[in-house]
Design a protein around this ligand. Structure first.
Ligand SMILES: Nc1ncnc2c1ncn2[C@@H]1O[C@H](COP(=O)(O)OP(=O)(O)OP(=O)(O)O)[C@@H](O)[C@H]1O
Ligand SMILES: [Mg+2]
Length: 322
């Protein structure tokens, strides 16, 4: 006699692992399968396979399959700064790589409508974005990080005058893409603290934000502006990062401080926010970034700097689980 447990026994191992419940009443088999981490196509394939296999069992006249949707609790972390050129994009790419090395499943969203740079930083410029149904499929970098960029939505070299709603829709497509099992999306914000950034934050509600600053005296003012933006949008500030701190001379190794040192840390303290760490001003970082080789993927001192900041970010996320 066919029974629920008999049906369960007949499922091949990979299907059995994804099956959460089996009921069998009057010839009707009802199964609940878990499609967590699968693309929409693979989830549909899973459903078809269950239909076929269970439908082939003697005594089963009808098969009903309920597929549990992706249950990944995905969180968004925004990387912002009070002004441009301080290293948001460099930090975003390298934090993502460092987090991936720690075993986190990370995606990068390049929300910079003015100067998208993630495809270059993560060496994915020549990869085309595909869509499946209505949704975009992020491109894979060789560093274990998936990414999507506003830059991929427009033809290369073509300037676009983004308007409010257009920006929101385009960014919505990036955020709502097939991120699969990615548990964390790092969003590289456009520079500045204006309406564009505020609207983005209000719409996509990041779990937290990282503020990047250089160590100049002006850092306090810039960092304050960025923190104000996040507070206004009710996004918790995870912490500040000081970039371009201390210049390591490529010839003699001597460390000098062209922009001063400790400005961002002092700013963090004054503002009652955490300090996540500093990244030195280093020629290697600039060169590696331009050639799509994020230093965080290597083994040098820069990789350690990024790994330490990534560890702080991961610890915050773990401590602030919903
Ligand atoms: N720690 C560093 N050492 C050396 N060069 C760096 C460092 N951080 C960033 N840079 C370089 O500084 C330039 C600006 O960095 P990046 O593009 O990451 O800044 P950004 O804040 O994203 O800029 P934008 O506001 O234009 O988006 C790049 O050429 C980058 O390679
Ligand atoms: Mg940038």
């Amino acid at each position: 006699m066919t029974s629920a447990s008999e049906i369960e026994r007949q499922l091949p191992q990979p299907l059995a692992e994804r099956t959460r419940s089996v009921r069998f009443v009057d010839g009707v088999a009802t199964l609940v399968v878990d499609a967590a981490g699968l693309s929409r196509a693979d989830a549909a394939g899973l459903q078809d396979e269950v239909q076929r296999i269970v439908g082939g069992i003697a005594g089963v006249s009808e098969v009903r399959v309920a597929v549990m949707a992706d249950r990944v609790a995905r969180r968004i972390v925004a990387i912002g700064s009070g002004k441009g050129g301080v290293g948001k994009s460099t930090l975003t790419a390298n934090l993502a790589v460092a987090l991936a090395r720690m075993g986190r499943k990370v995606g990068v969203v390049d929300a910079d409508i003015y100067g998208p740079s993630q495809p270059m930083l993560l060496d994915a410029s020549n990869q085309k974005v595909r869509a499946e149904g209505e949704k975009l499929i992020p491109v894979e970098s060789e560093f274990g990080v998936r990414l999507l960029s506003m830059g991929q939505l427009v033809a290369p070299g073509k300037a676009i005058a983004w308007r409010g709603p257009m920006t929101g829709n385009a960014l919505g497509q990036l955020m709502d893409a097939h991120w699969g099992d990615a548990e964390l999306l790092l969003v590289d914000l456009p520079p500045g603290t204006g309406d564009v950034q505020l609207t983005m934050l209000q719409k996509f509600k990041p779990a937290g934000a990282v503020v990047v600053s250089t160590p100049q005296d002006l850092a306090l003012i810039d960092a304050t502006r960025a923190i104000d933006l996040f507070r206004q949008a009710h996004v918790p500030v995870i912490g500040l990062v000081e970039n371009m701190a201390g210049y390591a001379c490529p010839h003699c190794g001597e460390i000098s401080d062209p922009f001063g040192q400790g400005g961002a840390e002092a700013a963090a303290r004054a503002l009652g926010e955490a300090f996540l760490g500093r990244v030195p001003l280093a020629m290697e970082i600039r060169i590696a970034s331009d050639t799509g080789q994020p230093p965080a993927a290597g083994d040098g001192p820069q990789a350690q700097a990024f790994a330490a900041i990534a560890a702080g970010l991961a610890a915050w996320l773990d401590a602030n689980e919903r």
